[in-house]
Design a protein around this ligand. Sequence first.
Ligand code: GDP
Length: 314
Amino acid sequence: MIDNRIWIAGHNGMVGSAIRRLLQEQGQEVLTVDRAELDLRDQGAVTSWLKANRPTSIIFAAAKVGGIYANDQYPADFIYDNLAIESNIIHAAHLADVDRLVFLGSSCIYPKFAPQPIPESALLTGPLEPTNEWYAIAKIAGIKLCQAYRKQYGRRYISVMPCNLYGPRDNYNLQTSHVIPALIRKFHEAKLTGAAEVVVWGSGSPLREFLHVDDLAKGIVYCHDHYDEYEHINCGAGSEVSIRELAELIKDVVNYGGELTFDVSKPDGTPRKLMDSSKVTALGWRPEIDLRTGLVDSYRWYIEHAAGNVARSV
Ligand code: GDP
């Protein structure tokens, strides 16, 4: 449990809102600021806000995120927004004398052909996957910022690397989403319209590791309380599925009776990115939500919050 006045940067996103739910359940004092009031890309504004509000800790869940298509289409947004947000928040945290910060990255920081499962030490040992290198470079810079402020000023800034995430408040826009919300939506709409097939991007053979965001939130809070080291730490589900297996599972959860087809003109991305999360599990954190249970939960959230709006959101 965090005994702090904690600022969740990015509290409206999928990850930030999961952390907020968890901390509020624990009775923690949570600080938030809306995007309209504070543009995280504005260094002066971020510094003034942090000096005025002085949290004791920051959980850094703010980021420009998106799936394989969005990363490839908007490289400038992905690299610029993330670099700006990171350098502003981390530098301003230091100026405002915030001693504790948890930065969040992604498993795409690792080389495309890293050894599997990927240990933390694989960082910067080879070329990145081109479809998301803009985002990955920015996230690597974030890790290095935390390390630099720790090295030069003794700041207790750590970095946690999640695998692919899913859960409530995911993005269901088919152009910018990740694979799980995209397939939930595609199968759901195909079921409603009686479409004979659903198109899955790529070959279906890439492997991905998926963690429910509520599990990640617990992992982040756990690392905040129990991890204080220079090296970033992996936080993954520990198992992987192929995109084909995932599609079959979602088809079943949604209860769609048609066929799957694969559009190989769309990119596969990296073939595999299973992380070695033995360091965080040795500390005492473990995921609790299996993939099927998590998908059922995500589909319920989609029906209750997003399904009615999707036609307008694309
Ligand atoms: P990635 O882990 O950065 O590649 O992120 P994504 O979640 O966007 O994609 C994961 C894998 O799912 C890739 O191999 C995609 O080609 C595949 N995929 C299959 N269908 C879809 C889809 O409808 N949307 C997305 N975003 N990915 C899909």
